[in-house]
Design a protein around this ligand. Structure first.
Ligand code: FMN
Length: 252
């Protein structure tokens, strides 16, 4: 079963090498407008996007993100933010007091931003553009907040580089469907499926020279499981909660 939309989705690969050609502003607007068509929790639309083509800003973002060069190479950078600031202004206007004190509020906003961004990304790909998400901007969220003048209750969830790909990206295999799609009850006996996936990932060669910390393993046995296990056995941005709370989300 396929459709042109599913076909487009199947061709997705993150792009980290861009041509210098600019992306017309009208195209950026069209892409974000397509993102806006995504479902959003209670139609609250609790996200905002900050677009920039500014080299000085991109330099800083590259530094924040641990030197990822596609940030300065890409003609456009989109910052996707969880945003309750707009609704704070709405409450003020309507004579209410905003109550965004709960983890639920932050989760709603982060999910809204993610869903809209993926719609936007797909729209971009339909135009022949490529993109790459950037969670690494959360390395230093306070710096990102000040770089873009984000007010209270606007938090940068992730960035996205956008531009014309130098070449078609690698299409990374995904987990076998059976490991992800459960019918009626959750199945935990997925090791054979994961081993099968490990092999598929090893065969792409993408882990060569990119093993996580620790001494390198034989590339013939370093697959998705070892790579992912190494990643998730380390703390992940432990300062993040504090920065989110500082931005005005109490996370109660
Ligand atoms: C929220 C999010 C954050 C990401 N952050 C980064 C990042 O900081 N740097 C990067 O190169 N790729 C980043 N990626 C891209 C993933 O590494 C990529 O989507 C994944 O490896 C699957 O590869 P594919 O998109 O080419 O299929 C991120 C993806 C997501 C969804």
């Amino acid at each position: 079963m396929t459709t042109p939309t599913i076909e487009l989705m199947s061709q997705h690969g993150s792009v980290r090498h861009y041509k210098p050609d600019p992306v017309p502003e009208s195209m950026i607007e069209g892409i974000v407008a397509a993102g806006q068509r995504a479902s959003t929790s209670s139609n609250l639309q609790t996200y905002s996007v900050v677009a920039t083509t500014d080299s000085a800003k991109k330099e800083q973002l590259m530094e924040i993100s641990g030197g990822q060069r596609h940030i300065i190479q890409a003609p456009v950078f989109l910052l996707w933010c969880a945003d309750f600031s707009r609704l704070k202004r709405v409450c003020l206007h309507q004579g209410y007091e905003l109550n965004a004190d709960y983890l639920e509020n932050f989760l709603i906003a982060a999910v809204d931003a993610a869903i809209a961004s993926q719609n936007a990304g797909l729209a971009a790909e339909s135009l022949g553009l490529g993109f790459c998400y950037l969670g690494a901007i959360r390395n230093q969220p306070r710096r990102v907040i000040s770089l873009f003048d984000l007010p209270e209750l606007v938090f940068p969830v992730f960035g996205m580089t956008l531009g014309w790909p130098v070449k078609a990206p690698l299409i990374r295999p995904r987990l076998p469907l059976k490991a992800v799609l459960h019918w009626d009850t959750y199945q935990q006996d997925d090791l054979p499926l994961l081993e099968e996936y490990d092999q598929a990932m090893i065969e792409t060669g993408i882990y060569r020279g990119r093993q996580v910390d620790q001494p390198d393993q034989d590339p013939a046995i370093y697959g998705w499981m070892e790579h992912s296990a190494r990643r998730v056995s380390k703390p992940s941005r432990p300062q993040l909660r504090e920065a989110v709370m500082e931005a005005g989300f109490s996370l109660r």
